[in-house]
Design a binder for this molecule. Structure first.
Ligand code: BGC
Length: 250
């Protein structure tokens, strides 16, 4: 059964799928359109509209949309990896105007984290769970006893020595600089040590597309809490956004 539609806006693609919230699974095929080269709010919203239309869901189906930026009371505070005109945009108004219906907009890592806690690698886990996503950027979600603490933005944490985590240790940096797994894991070691020092989580989950290859780098990182790969990988954002939208609409 389709309970909600999730749409995940990323640096390279915008992906959507209807989700069954009992199982946390997609109902049918995911639909993906590349992110417009000029990734302004208007251009991206147009694509989001095409994705929603593709599924022609019954009126009133909750729609959750992720944006790779902190979303504070419906407004994107600033934007690191899409066009900088997103800063200060009321994204709730932007998407509900295009779609002609109310939507729930949430930070991409928060959605992925919520998805992992409800349906994935941290299902049933109580206490403090830190979910990180390694992709174009570094995203973070902090979930305490199933309650999301939104907009933690740990990818922009300045590490001891003065380097910011994201532009030094994201998966995109590994690719761009052709870092070996060992070299990259060395950087992630510094990042996760700092996260643990500040938050003392019970469990740390590593998501993003690269978590498919978790066996290549997670064993090279030492943490106090278990450090495990995400289960929902690239679907986590869609599933979490759909689940949060359904929750909002209740
Ligand atoms: C953004 C976050 C986002 C992360 C992953 C960061 O640059 O500031 O909001 O969650 O990238 O996309």
């Amino acid at each position: 059964m389709i309970d909600a539609l999730g749409i995940d806006i990323g640096g390279s693609g915008i992906k959507g799928a209807p989700v069954d919230l009992t199982t946390g699974e997609f109902v049918g095929e995911r639909y993906r359109i590349p992110t417009p080269e000029k990734s302004t709010p208007k251009n991206v919203a147009e694509v989001v509209g095409q994705i929603a239309q593709h599924f022609s869901l019954p009126k009133g189906t909750p729609i959750g949309i992720t944006v790779p930026a902190p979303i504070v009371h419906g407004v994107a505070s600033w934007m690191a990896n899409l066009h900088n005109s997103w800063a200060g945009t009321n994204v709730n108004d932007l998407f509900s105007d295009v779609l002609g219906t109310a939507v729930s907009v949430v930070n991409d890592a928060d959605a992925a984290g919520y998805g992992e806690v409800e349906y994935g690698a941290a299902k049933g886990q109580s206490g403090t769970v830190l979910v990180t996503t390694l992709g174009t950027g570094i995203g973070s979600a902090l979930i305490i006893n199933h309650q999301l603490v939104p907009n933690t933005e740990l990818g922009h944490l300045v590490l001891p020595g003065g380097k910011e985590a994201e532009p030094w240790a994201s998966a995109a940096v590994k690719e761009r600089k052709e870092l070996t797994w060992e070299k990259w894991a060395g950087r992630l070691q510094v990042v996760y040590a700092e996260y643990e020092k500040l938050l003392n989580p019970d469990l740390i989950i590593v998501g993003g597309g690269i978590s498919k290859q978790a066996d290549k780098f997670l064993p090279l990182i030492t943490t106090n809490a278990p450090l495990i790969p995400a289960q929902l990988r690239n679907s986590a954002g869609i599933i979490g956004a759909a689940a949060l939208a359904a929750k909002d609409s209740n």
